[in-house]
Design a protein around this ligand. Structure first.
Ligand code: F6R
Length: 615
């Protein structure tokens, strides 16, 4: 939610910030703004709309000189997306300027106090309240900007990543974080500030990630001073070398990031199991699991917490863990779990799944589980993210940066990691025979090639997309392991094409959704050979009798469904437990093509943002 960028150094700040905002646009894109210090004054330009709109506006509105600046791309929380509510925000004097990612929950009471003290506000945002609180403290207590920020942050309740500068002290930017990510790129006599490393990766591989409740003063040509917000104690900056490269965050010839990421899945899955699965030695090894094997083996149950697509991966994992390792599993929406006083104790293992590692609800669910004594294991994609740090142990998916807002390779790599964990535990518990264990490993190793084969249906899927692009409703059906895939398929379609879609367990159809079926309704049915195939075929018959349009996702060589369905899309044969890794692929492509044909912004669907750092 919201991307922030800053630069202080010896180069022109504007091009760096503008390019950085474009890279961070996945985090929010309803408005954007920039503030530059040109040697004398602050030049500020902001607008409702995308970073491209900002670029056009800047050209007509301000000079872009200066080697200090901050920029913001917004996902609105307080105040509708419009020019005035866009960031950066000035303080009343016009001396200070701020960008903010997060929410100040007690902004109304602070605003009242500041209004009583004569402050006025142009926008509806909590951010404008924060910058005036900082200004008020700076003036009334006669302290420097850093100190004023420190005092102010001790008065606010909420979440933030902020960057502030003072035009009277144009050699420093003050930054702070609580609940929203903030990285500082460390170059030669220059510093970069960003929500993630993508805006500065072409300039430096060295970065400091601020921890929660830390603030830093970043000083031009000097150093970074980090302090704890609570007690003001100094923290030694830890500079880490990043593995990220520019290629990973660019489109590499694809029209959209989403398509690139769909096509990256064979590699991403391989990268995820590489070094963990050894067929030769018939072992699966994952440090995070080995180190805590006792916890897993003694667990009364596993509770999985996640949101959105990650929650769907959790549902697939429920089948795998129960099936292979015979451990009871509950899968919870993190947002519900955190507020419903759940019964958890020291014998529970909680697995938190999150691509970004920053999802506020998942983070809160983890904190709750920890407070009740549960052992919490994270499955994250973003290395060093808040969830990766907050959990007791974990395993990364090695999907590489996922930039398209609709999650694709994160889903399949999450399932890969969770399958590895389930297999490892099943082996340790003795709930899987050595031959079955070997067969699963063998099949998992073949998945990347099979995903490649599934991708080869792309042109055929495009034709199907063309036939159904004007549908207003769609139903997705699957059973067993493929029920969560049906949910995921429906989510993909609705989020990028804005077509209403529902996912259901195939057998549930007759308990209600069947009433929706008529000759205009496309129904995507996952009917692979191993998963209750005959039952699903009966469901297809039921749809056919009601004239629904059937798109079957079938195993290569299937002839039964081919005769019944209007279209079939084939995927290679595999074990039932691994089939979600293949059946997901055509559903991703179908949504992608429909959305492109409808002219939708596939990588940045309306109202969404890549990492949901507010609840
Ligand atoms: C859907 C999508 C979202 C995320 C959800 C959780 O395509 O991307 O539903 O899956 O917001 O995000 P993470 O996995 O980052 O916690």
């Amino acid at each position: 939610m919201c991307g922030i960028v800053g630069y202080i150094g010896h180069r022109e700040a504007y091009p760096i910030i503008l390019k950085g905002l474009k890279r961070l646009e996945y985090r929010g894109y309803d408005s954007a703004g920039i503030a530059l210090y040109d040697g004398q004054d602050i030049k500020l330009s902001k607008t409702k709309g995308k970073v491209d709109d900002l670029e056009r506006r800047v050209e007509n509105e301000i000079s872009t000189n200066g080697s200090l600046g901050i920029g913001h791309t917004r996902w609105a929380t307080h105040g509708v997306p419009n020019d005035v509510n866009s960031h950066p925000h000035y303080s009343n004097s016009g001396d200070l300027v701020i960008i903010h990612n997060g929410i100040i929950e007690n902004y109304e009471s602070l605003k009242k106090e500041l209004t009583n003290r004569g402050y006025t506000f142009n926008s509806d945002t909590d951010t404008e309240v924060l910058i005036n609180l900082i200004e008020d403290i700076k003036k009334s207590e006669n302290v420097k900007l850093g100190k004023a920020v420190h005092i102010a942050l001790n008065q606010v309740v909420g979440a933030y990543a902020i960057a502030v500068f003072d035009k009277n002290k144009p050699n420093e930017i003050v930054v702070a974080r609580l609940g929203s990510p903030l990285a500082i790129g460390v170059g030669e006599d220059e510093f970069f500030i960003a929500s993630d490393a993508s805006p500065f990766i072409e300039y430096t591989n060295n970065a400091i990630y601020l921890e929660d409740e830390e603030m830093a003063i970043v000083r031009r040509g000097k150093d970074v001073k980090i302090r704890k917000i609570k007690d003001d104690s100094l923290v030694n900056p830890y500079v880490q070398e990043l593995q990220l490269n520019l290629e990973q965050i660019e489109k590499g010839g694809y029209e959209h990031f989403m398509l690139k990421e769909i096509y990256e899945q064979p590699h991403a899955i391989k990268d995820t199991y590489r070094g963990r699965l050894s067929l030769e030695n018939a072992i699966i090894k994952m440090a995070g699991v080995e180190d805590h094997m006792k916890k897993f083996l003694n667990a009364d149950r596993i509770i999985i917490v996640a949101c959105g697509t990650s929650w769907h991966a959790g549902l697939v994992a429920e089948y795998i863990f129960e099936d292979l390792a015979r451990i009871p599993v509950e899968v919870e929406y993190a947002s519900e779990f955190r507020y419903r006083n759940p019964v958890i104790n020291e014998n529970d293992v909680v697995i938190a799944i999150s691509q970004s590692g920053e999802t506020a609800d998942t983070l809160a669910a983890i904190k709750l589980a920890k407070s009740k004594g549960a052992f919490v294991f994270g499955v994250c994609n973003v290395v060093g993210s808040s969830i990766a740090r907050e959990t007791h142990a974990g395993a990364y998916t090695h999907a590489g940066p996922e930039i398209g807002v609709a999650s694709t390779k994160a889903f399949t790599t999450q399932i890969t990691v969770l399958t590895l964990i389930a297999l490892r535990l099943a082996r340790a518990k003795g709930t899987i025979s050595s031959s079955d264990f070997r067969m699963h490993m063998l099949e998992l190793e073949m998945i990347p090639d099979k995903v490649e084969k599934a991708l080869a249906s792309d042109d055929h899927i495009k034709m199907i997309a063309d036939t159904y692009k004007h549908a207003t409703n769609c139903l997705y059906l699957g059973r067993g392991y493929n029920f969560p895939v049906a949910l995921e398929g429906a989510l993909k379609l609705k989020e990028i094409s804005y077509i209403h879609a529902e996912g259901y367990p195939a057998a549930e159809m007759k308990h209600g959704p069947i009433a929706l079926i008529d000759e205009n309704m496309p129904i995507i049915v996952i009917a692979t050979k191993k998963g209750h195939y005959e039952k699903v075929v009966s469901n297809i018959q039921e749809i056919k009798s009601r004239k629904g349009k059937i798109i079957g996702i079938v195993t290569e060589g299937d002839s039964t469904v081919k005769e019944l369905a209007d279209h079939v899309i084939e995927v290679p044969e595999t074990l039932e437990s691994l089939s979600p890794l293949l059946t997901t692929i055509p559903l991703q492509l179908l949504s992608y093509h429909i959305a492109v044909m409808l002219g939708k912004n596939v990588d940045q669907p309306r109202n969404l943002a890549k990492s949901v750092t507010v609840e």
